[in-house]
Design a protein around this ligand. Structure first.
Ligand code: NAP
Length: 477
């Protein structure tokens, strides 16, 4: 959806002596990688001017639309981004979709360098029968829905008849979804959770969430703190089958040689839970291992069960334990399945895309036309669209710094674009695009916080992009 700009007066801070500026950079995206790129650029040169372009009217990417609402401490990282945005060398252009509102050629005509930091906006598919059944959803849709992301607000979730949910994958997204499903609703009500999510969670009948890991406990992808956090929820037992908590000889050797402290801690925690049995609490988080879904089964297009194939682990080419199917199956009755098997990049028109990996092909952050081919001068990438959807928020800081090192070197060597135009605001105005400025966002931010205060929560998000624009136009005065 594109929100065409309309008649209101947009006051975008002018770029100080823009055409004279020796180093102008456009960053596409406004999540962690985009802000860390801006920060590293501005630290490396006081003369650089950085413009961030975001398709939504609001900034912060997955920090706003992905981080779980009960993880407000993690969301506190936006304070860092607010400091970055306060620099006179920085501008924000929200509600501007690169690839349609502005093309890559438009950016190339205005900037010396372009850095793509648009993340991975879609989800991976399982590719098994039954994926289209009602009751099967991408975890990313549920996450976006409870976080009030404009792209996901229209999904419909009804948990009132749902007792058992299976989540495919055992990464941190799986853990976030499990926690939101199993936490007492009151613990979420005071957060910035989307208003539409609370009645659904209050009416939830979910008693059991089953995490389906295709490998063993040593390869669980969640952070130990996530398991520890969920284990502390009131009225909940973490249940692990003792035979699945046992390490096979390959995993034991791999853990001893290559395992991280986190992986060791996960194994310890899981084995402790395995020793506690079923427990007596009404709600259960079951962590299953060495099982992979091979079919989602339903009647009348409605999911009823998931067929699981048992796995064993064998050493991959690099020695990492990989799952290999055994000739053994089980059926698990479930009311809902969430696929939490990772995000996937979406191509942006005009930007090279490596479909197999779902990323922008690059060498050290320098965009190449395709893997192994020539560098596209002046084009860079950072964050998930550079390296794939892995790592925590802070990982993007290191990733952005590495890209900026390439950008800085190329700028110093004169390997950059040759923009023929100065300030981009003229073009935006010509096209009638109502770009959202940082000052606009600050007004909307204050508005959401005040609405939240009145409702007894941290923030009441505006979840519809058109409504965001309507509100911020009214706040412009
Ligand atoms: P992830 O960490 O990559 O986990 C994906 C999970 O899906 C893994 O367990 C993986 O198993 C499994 N999987 C992949 N393909 C599968 C298939 N075809 N069949 C069955 N299982 C499959 O991804 P994520 O949970 O989406 O998280 C993305 C990134 O964001 C991660 O770096 C994560 O740490 C981060 N994140 C952090 C937080 C937080 O800090 N609280 C919250 C959310 C996300 P294998 O390991 O066997 O491939």
């Amino acid at each position: 959806m594109r929100l065409v700009g309309r008649a209101s007066v947009v006051i975008i801070p002018p770029m100080t002596s823009s055409t004279a500026c020796a180093w102008r950079v456009a960053v596409v995206g406004s999540g962690p990688a985009a802000f860390y790129t801006a920060e590293a650029l501005m630290k490396s040169d006081h003369e650089v001017r950085v413009d961030l372009f975001e398709r939504l009217p609001v900034p912060f990417g997955l920090v706003r639309g992905g981080v779980a609402p009960d993880h407000q401490k993690i969301k506190g990282v936006v304070k860092v981004y607010e400091k970055i945005a306060a620099s006179p060398c920085f501008r924000f252009f929200g509600n501007v979709r690169i690839g349609s509102d502005l093309t890559i050629d438009d950016l190339a005509a205005h900037y010396h360098q372009i850095c793509y930091a648009f993340g991975c906006e879609s989800d991976q598919k399982l590719g098994i029968p039954g994926e289209e059944l009602a009751g099967v959803s991408a975890a990313t849709d549920f996450v976006g829905w409870y976080n009030g992301h404009p792209d996901h607000r229209a999904h419909h979730f009804d948990l009132s008849q749902t007792r058992r949910v299976a989540i495919v994958g055992n990464g941190n997204v799986a853990m976030d979804v499990a926690r939101v499903l199993l936490a007492p609703p009151d613990a979420l009500a005071t957060t910035d959770i989307a208003e539409h999510a609370m009645p659904v969670l209050r009416a939830s009948a979910v008693r059991e969430v089953v995490l389906l890991g295709r490998r063993g406990p040593a390869q669980a992808a969640f952070s130990p703190t996530e398991l520890e956090e969920i284990a502390h929820l009131p009225g909940l037992d973490v249940v692990v089958r003792p035979e699945e908590a046992e390490l096979d000889p390959l995993s034991a050797a791999w853990l001893a040689k290559d395992g991280s402290r986190s992986q060791e801690r996960n194994v310890r925690n899981l084995q402790e839970h395995a020793g506690k049995g079923l427990g007596s609490n009404p709600r259960k988080l079951r962590c299953r291992f060495l099982v992979a879904p091979v079919e989602l089964r339903g009647t009348d297009d409605q999911l009823r069960s998931v067929r699981l194939q048992h796995m064993r682990l064998v050493a991959g080419d690099d020695g990492t334990p990989r799952p290999l199917p055994r000739d053994s199956f089980e059926d698990l009755d479930v009311d809902l399945v969430f696929k939490a098997i990772g995000y996937r990049g979406v191509p942006v028109p005009g930007v090279p895309f490596e479909a197999k990996k779902g990323i922008v092909p690059n060498v050290d952050g320098r965009v190449v036309e395709q893997p192994g081919s020539t560098v596209r001068t002046g084009h860079y990438c950072a964050g998930w669209c550079k390296r794939g959807p892995t790592g925590l928020i802070g990982t993007n800081s290191l990733c952005a710094k590495a890209t900026v090192e390439s950008m800085r070197t190329d700028h110093a060597d004169g390997r950059q674009l040759s923009p023929t135009h100065g300030d981009i605001t003229q073009l935006l105005q010509q096209r009638g695009i109502d770009a959202v400025t940082w000052a606009d966002w600050q007004r909307l931010d204050t508005y959401e916080r005040r609405q939240g205060e009145a409702a007894g929560k941290v923030r009441q998000k505006v979840t519809d992009a058109a409504e965001m624009l309507r509100v911020l136009r009214s706040l412009r005065g």
